[in-house]
Design a binder for this molecule. Sequence first.
Ligand code: SF4
Length: 402
Amino acid sequence: MRELASLVMEYYAECHRAKAEGRPVGWMPPMNGGIEVFYAMGLMPVFPENYSPVCAAFGAAPPHFETSEAMGFSRDLCGYMRNILGYVHGDMHGPLEPMGGLPEPDLIMSFGGGCIPAMKIFQHLERRFPHAKVFRADMPQVALDDIKEHHVAYAVSEMHRFIEFLERNTGRKLDEERLHEAVNLSDEACRLFDRIMSFRRNIPAPFGASEIGLMFVMVTRQGTRTAVDFLSRVLDEVACRAEARQGVVEEERLRLFWDNIPPWYDLGLLRYFEKAGGVVVAETYSSAWSIRLDTGDPIRALAVKSLMSYPLVSCVSIDRRRDMVLRACRDYAIDGAVFHSNKSCVPITLGQADIMKALERELGIPSVTIDGDHMDIRNFSLAQFQTRADAFMETLLERKGR
Ligand code: SF4
């Protein structure tokens, strides 16, 4: 985790260095094939949505919310969107902005997929930075199980159009070998990430959900040696802890599942359960950040990744989400599930009641609902969280004892 903190700082420092050196900076949504192409072409990818959790963690989000709300964006909208739009309309490099803020974009990649806020963020950024060259990918919105060959063929043609756009606007040529290497590194990072996560099936789990910040490298450094080297060291450490049966707490009494995006303003809340021997060993959000790639055909692999990314997070049917949660709860020997009813992410919160019922009915696993918000601390009550979490732990321990 100490090394991760340096990686985060180094990433943002590189963003600023790139801008200062005249290396084109492009803003894009996370989890699409653009990142590997960017690194292969020596361009600098920046992820405005990902900057939002950083703002929340540093306590910098509330003034951004005030700015976007004053512009007319409702408090009920996505917290990532309200934060980033407030940020870009404020003093972007003010002393209170974490990591020195973000360098302004030369390019904007607006992928037309995902939930409505994800699309709207980029539409708005296009207006805020009129000098930036905009690429709008017209990706079809298809559920995972419905992706057919003609969707892939179309996504491949969009990838080619994207590369042609970058070459035309940056004067740089894509080197196919470098792209191949980036795709290999990206796939290797996903393999390592999956392996690291799978160790949490061990009893006791060698690490808990408060270490979910690991995802940072999956968001910002896919396709680089930095991600692979870091994750290799994490894997070694996790494997050693698992081998030594070293858990998060002295006695792991309850294994918990966390549904929905974590509260970025205080990841320590995920450790609250530890006082009763409860460890969050699996969660919905982290599982969506690893997509294995067919490294034999890099362009196709990145097209497929771009098609798959949003259906894994925000555009998942309730039936599929239920199946994913049930499978994770079986695989990770879960005793109880915590459902974060997230006021500012409707797509991932929708259907939670149905999933809770299915968990109890099919696996006998009880759940609790925690009202909150992944970004906006004003929509979270610590007292309510503690009361519900305490009562839930008591019920689970009693059930387990029986
Ligand atoms: S999935 Fe949720 S958090 Fe992510 S952009 Fe959409 S509404 Fe916001």
